[in-house]
Write a protein that binds this ligand. Structure first.
Ligand code: GCO
Length: 479
């Protein structure tokens, strides 16, 4: 059967996040964020790297957008730093912060690049943590929605694609279970679920607010989705796969898309004596917002394998490999439920992320059949060590990675999935939260020392950048 290919108005994009690219962490009235504070705690990041300067996108955005325009990028996904707009998270508004994103948005539009804006890519204003514990308090919902409304009313005439939350599953599990992201709490199960509820409410109220202001805006949130495979056809592995899907994936996506928690998850929480505090009207708000979302945002990097984990089995939530040495990732698992062994059929990146292009198709099919929603692939890309040789970066391994994923995405389109956009993570190299500047994702190399906050910051388009130009020009035909 002949492939219909990508829709004509398909949005070929690339992405970034404020903390990972902007730098200028205390300039023009910006307040400190949770990450500005967290990275200064010794031992938290690779060799103490920070985003103080990052890749200096704050000052070099014009140069960056020009590079986007050259390859014909249709959309640029970036995030707004809450503490640039509200230095304290609430209270006084910072005009210069508003201005920066005005300038960035206008620069994109000048080249017909559609801005796709993420409201929360993990940088909570530190002041809100000092005031009341940040997301741990219900007050965060009001302050977030207030911030969201300011962004909608200020930028909504030009921004039509809004991603409210980025990878809620990741920042909450790293922040309250693994301790590797702010606020660095370990195994605080009750707070983990409570924080998630607050974030869900902040998402839901923001969706309602946006649709009231602009009914032509498209809205959703981006989920870090790792679809799962059962290790064997043993019935116990199949059930463990269901447990994993419920607790690690559908727990979030069901709330966005259906406005309710999965029943099995609620009874699991009950068995652990974890009770989520809710207001009587929360269920209604979640339901109403779910009816209004326009897409599921998917950040796709890898699939997971699931096997039954006996009660005395693997007890380890953190399998993160921050070393860049293959094979140093530990098996994760929750005793009595599931464990996640490595998939021997798949190659791994140097950070042990399973490379699985067909998993992207699997993800799209799963979301399409479960939620019947359009999909934005808001992130997909390869973190690697890149080498500069004779002033050039030859990264055919990244091209292979992207090509194979785009091929699978095309199949998903042919199979009836409604895919609106595909964003390469990332446009330029960025700060990897925990891995410093050694783990590079960009289509454009940024010359900066891998460990220190130094380097010329010069932009050098990689081989993959020129390849992506052809992909865009041919609407995904010339791979
Ligand atoms: C890293 C991560 C990030 C994420 C992104 C998630 O290495 O720090 O891969 O770059 O992909 O921030 O939204």
């Amino acid at each position: 059967k002949e492939s219909k290919g990508f829709p004509e108005d398909f949005l070929w994009g690339a992405a970034s996040a404020a903390y990972q690219v902007e730098g200028a962490y205390d300039e023009d009235g910006k307040g400190l964020s949770s990450w500005d504070a967290f990275v200064k705690i010794p031992g938290k990041t690779f060799k103490g790297t920070t985003g103080d300067v990052a890749v200096d996108h704050y000052h070099r955005y014009k140069e960056d957008v020009k590079l986007m325009a050259y390859i014909g990028l249709k959309t640029y996904r970036f995030s707004i730093s809450w503490s640039r707009i509200f230095p304290e998270g609430n209270g006084k508004l910072n005009e210069k912060g508003l201005q920066f994103y005005d300038d960035l948005i206008n620069e994109c539009i000048k080249y017909k690049i559609k801005p796709m804006v993420t409201l929360y890519h993990w940088d909570m204003p530190q002041s809100l943590i000092d005031q009341y514990g940040g997301w741990e308090s219900r007050q965060s919902v009001d302050d977030f929605v207030n911030y969201a409304k300011v962004c909608f009313s200020h930028y909504g005439d030009r921004v039509k694609h809004w991603i409210i939350m980025n990878e809620q599953n990741v920042f909450t599990s790293h922040g309250w279970m693994l301790g590797t992201h702010p606020p660095g709490k370990i195994n605080d199960l009750k707070m983990f679920y409570q924080v998630n509820h607050h974030v869900f409410m902040a998402h839901a109220y923001s969706v309602l607010a946006l649709k009231e202001m602009y009914d032509d805006a498209l809205v959703g949130s981006s989920f870090a989705f790792s679809p799962s495979y059962a290790l064997t056809n043993k019935p116990e592995d199949a059930l463990s796969k269901q447990d994993y899907d419920t607790l690690q994936s559908y727990y979030w996506m069901d709330v966005y898309a259906y406005g309710r928690y999965p029943r099995a998850a609620l009874s699991y929480l009950e068995s652990l004596n974890v009770k989520i505090e809710m207001e009587p009207w929360d269920e209604d708000i979640l339901k109403r917002s779910a009816l209004l979302i326009d897409f599921m945002g998917v950040n796709y990097y890898q699939t997971t394998t699931v096997a039954y984990n006996p009660p005395q089995g693997v007890n380890n939530l953190n399998g993160e490999n921050n070393s860049g040495k293959k094979g140093t990732k530990a098996v994760t698992g929750i005793p009595g439920l599931y464990m996640n062994p490595s998939n021997d059929f798949l190659d791994k990146t140097d950070w042990d992320w399973a490379i699985d292009p067909s998993g992207l198709r699997f993800a799209c099919r799963d979301i399409t059949s479960r939620y019947d929603l359009p999909i934005i692939i808001s992130e997909n890309g390869l973190g690697a060590f890149d080498k500069i040789e004779d002033g050039k970066i030859h990264d055919p391994y990244r091209v292979d990675y992207l090509r194979e994923h785009i091929k699978e995405l095309k199949k998903a389109c042919d199979e009836g999935c409604r895919i609106l956009s595909y964003c390469v993570w990332s446009f330029t190299d960025v700060l990897s939260w925990l891995n410093g500047y050694q783990k590079r994702y960009g289509l454009v190399y940024v010359d900066r020392d891998e460990e220190e906050n130094s380097g010329t910051l010069k932009r050098i388009p990689k081989y993959s950048y020129y390849w992506y130009k052809k992909v865009i020009e041919s609407n995904g035909e010339n791979l």
